[in-house]
Structure formats: structure tokens, C-alpha cells
Design a protein around this ligand. Sequence first.
Ligand code: CA
Ligand code: CA
Length: 182
Amino acid sequence: MTIIFATIMIMILSLDPVDAQVDDEKLPDIRFEGGIEIVGSTSGGSFDGTPGDVLTIIVKVVNDGSAPAENVDVRLLVDGVKKKVSTLRTIKNDTDDVKTVIFSWVAEAGTHNLTIEIDPENSVIEPNDQFAGVNDNVLSRNVTIEGTSIIPFPGITWIFVSLISVLAFSIWKRNKMNLPPR
Ligand SMILES: [Ca+2]
Ligand SMILES: [Ca+2]
């Protein structure tokens, strides 16, 4: 019984490395073609938009690996918050097969970070997935939206609220102390 078990274990252990081997010759390698393009802004000059503008965020994706890629998620994050996901059914391993991904985002006042990630859950195996720090699947840029936010100076607002609270407490305390004895 022990011999049979040991034999099976040896067989499993000797088979495992073969199964785990990844064929490096036939993998997709998805990357961005160019940067993040923004259109639809009503403002010009140094600003990317005004609050309420529906901005169109465009990226182009290609696969210059040696195998086609299927069901590739492309995700938009604004200030680190996941906003939208678009799934590309197939990207041929041909740099002429450029896929365009379009997101829309309602502009909010201030400076924001837009990040686009290809294959964020890493469900497509690519040659450069294994190298930490080498990531051609992430693209980022800042946008500046002209105009003021609802709370223009959060710091000053908090100081003001604190002062009001202290004042209210001292008035309450004074009134309490002045109450006639029962
Ligand atoms: Ca890649
Ligand atoms: Ca990947």
C-alpha cells in the first residue's frame, strides 16, 4: 500500500513541472498604442474641461505577441477609483489590429488622475506579466477641470466649524453656570 502511494506521489511530482510549463513562444502581449486622448472639452487653453463636460477618453490597444488574446478587460480608474470596464473580445497578434476603447466621464472640478489598465485581473498570460516593474498595461495622466469645487477651502472650513463649536460650548457652559439654584 505504502509503495503504491509512494509511486503515485513520485508520478505526480514528476508530472507537475511539465504541466506548469508555459509555452513562451505562443503568448499574446497586449500594450497601449499611444497615450490617453481626451476629446469633448468645452474649454481651451491649459484646462482639459469644465465641470459637467462629458469627456471622451480614448485609448488604443494592440497585441504584438505571438498569439491572439481573447476577452481582454480594459478598465478606467479616476483618482484610483474603478469607474468602467470595457471588454475586447479578440485582439489578433497583428499590430494592424488596433482596437480603440472609448470611455466617457463627467468632468468634476479639480485635478484628477486618469488611469487605464489592460487586463487588470491578469486573466491573459503575457510574457511580461512575471516581471515586477515592467508593466506596459497601465497608462496614466492628469486632467485639470476648470472651476471651483463645492467646498473651496476644506482646511479653512474645518477651522471655522471648530471655532463655532468652541463658542457654542462656552455659551452653553456659561448659561448653565448662571442657572438659579433649585
Ligand atoms: Ca502587456
Ligand atoms: Ca496579463
